[in-house]
Write a protein that binds this ligand. Structure first.
Ligand SMILES: [Zn+2]
Length: 230
C-alpha cells in the first residue's frame, strides 16, 4: 500500500542483524487494516478509544518507525537497513524525526476524528500536516516509465524522515479527495483504530474480525449467559 508511489528495490548488501532488529518491533507485527497508509500510521497506537489513556504506543523508538515502514512496504529492506545504520550515527536527528512522526500521527488522528464528527479541525493540526507535506513534496519527482508518468521519491542520500513523505502524501490525498462517510472507528470496546469502510453495504464494524469482532461476540455471549442465569 504505497498510494501509487514507486518503492524501488535497490540491490545492495544489507546487514541482516539490523533488519532482524527492526522486525522485533511490535510495529512490524501489527495488522494493516486501515485501508490507507495514513490510517495504518494512525493505528500505531493501541487502545485509544479513550484518548486520555491509550494502552500502547508502537512507536517508542526510531527503530520502531523503521520497522513499521518496512512492514507497511514504504521502504525496502535495503533502505530500512541503511536508515537503521544512519540513525545510530545521527541519534539527535533520529529522535527529532520520531517526535515529528508522533506529532504528525496525533494531528492526523485528531483531524480524522473531527472529520468523522463533521467538525472543523484545529488549525494547528492542519499546520502540522502541511509542514510535513511541504517537506515531502520537496522530495518527489516525476519520472517516465513504460506505463506512463509516475511519481517517485528521491533516493540516494539517506534521509531519516523519508517514511514521513508517503504518510503525509497519503493523508493529503485522503483529506482532499477521500470519502469521510466511509471513515470509521473500530467498534471494539477499547480499540480506537480507524479504517476506511469499503464494504458495499457500508457495514464494516471492526478493525479485524478475529481481534475486536470476536472479542465483542464473546462479551455479548457472556452478558446473555449472565442475564439468563440471574
Ligand atoms: Zn479494533
Amino acid at each position: 500500500m504505497n498510494d501509487g508511489y514507486i518503492v524501488r528495490e535497490i540491490f545492495e548488501p544489507v546487514n541482516m542483524a539490523e533488519i532482524m532488529e527492526g522486525q522485533r518491533s511490535s510495529a512490524a507485527e501489527m495488522r494493516l487494516v486501515g485501508g490507507r497508509l495514513c490510517l495504518d500510521f494512525v493505528n500505531t497506537v493501541d487502545g485509544r478509544k479513550d484518548d486520555s489513556s491509550p494502552l500502547g504506543d508502537k512507536l517508542e523508538d526510531y527503530s520502531d518507525l523503521v520497522a513499521w515502514s518496512r512492514h507497511s512496504g514504504i521502504v525496502t529492506a535495503a533502505e530500512a537497513a541503511r536508515l537503521t545504520k544512519e540513525s545510530k550515527q545521527k541519534l539527535a536527528t533520529a529522535n527529532t524525526v520520531l517526535r515529528r512522526a508522533v506529532a504528525l500521527r496525533e494531528a492526523l488522528h485528531r483531524i480524522f476524528k473531527a472529520a468523522m464528527m463533521e467538525r472543523v479541525p484545529r488549525s494547528l493540526d492542519l499546520e502540522t500536516v502541511n509542514d510535513e507535506l511541504l517537506k515531502a513534496r520537496k522530495n518527489e519527482r516525476l519520472i517516465s516509465t513504460n506505463e506512463g508518468f509516475r511519481w517517485e521519491w528521491i533516493s540516494g542520500e539517506t534521509a531519516l524522515d523519508r517514511m514521513l513523505w508517503p504518510v503525509a502524501q497519503s493523508a493529503a490525498e485522503f483529506l482532499s479527495a477521500g470519502d469521510f462517510s466511509r471513515l470509521r472507528e473500530c467498534g471494539g470496546e477499547q480499540c480506537g483504530w480507524l479504517f476506511e469502510d469499503t464494504s458495499r453495504n457500508r457495514s464494516r464494524q471492526w478493525c479485524h474480525m478475529q481481534d475486536c469482532g470476536n472479542l465483542a461476540k464473546v462479551r455479548r455471549f457472556r452478558t446473555r449467559l449472565q442475564s439468563s442465569t440471574n
